[in-house]
Design a protein around this ligand. Structure first.
Ligand SMILES: *Cc1c(COP(=O)(O)O)cnc(C)c1O
Length: 403
């Protein structure tokens, strides 16, 4: 069978097979169409691309290294383990790759104000950062529960000049912050650009967020040829909404010899129901303006999620992942909170790197499979962010004294 041309998707209506699309109110259709048109024009505009490249190089600090984790490889005894160091980007995670791109779009469209929604606060910080850099006004919607749980990130956003709006409706978390951001956008669409933080939302967002993050996979293609002499055998990345994973995977979809595994948050274990793994244990439904896999009850109501890592605690996933799962091109699995924490400690001790708890999920998966692979095989783990933000979560959970 001929390999489908995965790079040709989504189609011109924003569909990845039966997933994706644009499930929004009529008032949002026109702004989304205008954004789609503008992006189609700018993504081929040499001046826009040169400005984006320059920002990625001099502001974000790209390319990020592809690091051969030799001591970890030795400890696990099998395939060579390599880390794509997105934790070394400005602000400490991959999210800046996308916010730099979207903020540049906002600037080229003449917008003076950006809005964002955030759960744990990481996308809020990335948006506030780039707004400051471009002199744009920035408003971040955040559920009041999250404002209280994530106060250091709220303070960071304030220091960067952003306004943080606590959302008190519904469950007072990410889901409700998203609705508020949408409402703001409908009202202020003339001067406002809505910056979405993962490969979800209505078309064209899953496509443009993917395109901006794909710099990661393009770099790995070049770096692995230089450092391994060929492409890797296995790529793995954690999947919350799926932006760091698709950024690594997408440029390598045309190469059938490269296996890819996305790792969801298994929480307390899939069998307990306390997890955030819609691809592993959910079903197709509609969430945040697109059709995808979601965590829902028998009546189709979205149900609560659990993960030790705030960035993976999301009941949906980007529609491209839903499609890649059904197509069998990418495999998806889940690891538990405990497995992710064990991998966190192991990397800290073996290599002197504190990974984000999100990224620790991908590491935990690599740990399961590396010993069964020969020493001439290569695994690339996307280290999506650094773990400094997680130290208090870990101290509390493990009862470790801070001093
Ligand atoms: C937000 C975040 C994630 C999860 O988001 P994706 O869109 O799935 O990449 C993963 N890792 C880190 C460090 C994050 O901040």
């Amino acid at each position: 069978m001929k390999t489908p041309d995965y790079s040709a998707f989504p189609d011109d209506r924003g569909h990845f097979g039966p997933y994706g699309g644009r499930f929004v109110s009529e008032t949002l259709m026109e702004p989304l169409r205008r954004l789609e048109e503008a992006y189609a024009r700018l993504k081929n505009d040499p001046a826009f691309l040169a400005e984006l490249d320059d920002d990625l190089k001099h502001y974000v600090g790209r390319p990020s290294p592809l690091y051969h984790a030799k001591r970890l490889t030795k400890a696990w005894g099998g395939a060579q383990v390599w880390l794509k160091r997105e934790d070394l980007n400005h602000t400490g995670a991959h999210k800046i790759n996308n916010t730099v791109g979207q903020a540049l779009l906002a600037k080229h469209l003449g917008k003076t104000r950006i809005i964002a929604e955030t759960g744990a606060g990481q996308h809020g910080v990335a948006s506030a950062t780039i707004a400051a850099r471009l002199g744009l006004k920035c408003v971040v919607y955040m559920g009041i529960e999250d404002v209280e749980r994530q106060s250091p990130n709220v303070f960071r956003m304030k220091l960067l000049g952003a306004e943080v709006v606590p959302v008190t409706s519904g469950t007072k978390t990410l889901k409700d912050a998203l609705n508020e951001a949408m409402r703001d956008w409908v009202t202020n669409v003339d001067d406002t650009f809505y910056v979405i933080g993962t490969v979800a939302g209505p078309h064209p967002y899953p496509m443009l967020v993917r395109d901006f993050n794909s710099v990661v996979g393009r770099e790995v293609i070049r770096q692995s040829k230089e450092q391994m002499g060929r492409l890797p055998d296995l790529l793995t990345a954690c999947v919350g909404g799926g932006s760091n994973a698709i950024g690594l995977f997408h440029p390598m979809l045309p190469f059938p010899e490269v296996r890819m595994v996305g790792v969801e948050a298994g929480g307390d274990g899939i069998e307990t129901g306390r997890h955030a793994a819609p691809l592993s244990a959910g079903k197709p439904g509609v969430l945040h303006g697109n059709r995808t896999y979601v965590m829902a009850d028998d009546d189709g109501q979205i149900i609560g999620t659990h993960s030790v890592s705030a960035g993976l605690d999301y009941p949906g996933v980007g529609p491209e992942h839903a499609w890649l799962k059904d197509a069998g091109r990418v495999e998806y699995t889940a690891v538990t909170d405990d497995e992710a924490l064990a991998a966190f400690h192991e990397l800290a001790h073996a290599e002197g790197i504190l990974p984000a708890l999100e990224s620790s999920h991908a590491l935990a998966y690599a740990k399961k499979v590396a010993p069964g692979m020969a020493a001439d095989r290569h695994i690339v783990v996307n280290l999506s962010g650094r773990g400094d933000k997680d130290i208090f979560t870990i101290a509390k959970r493990e009862g470790i004294s801070l001093t």
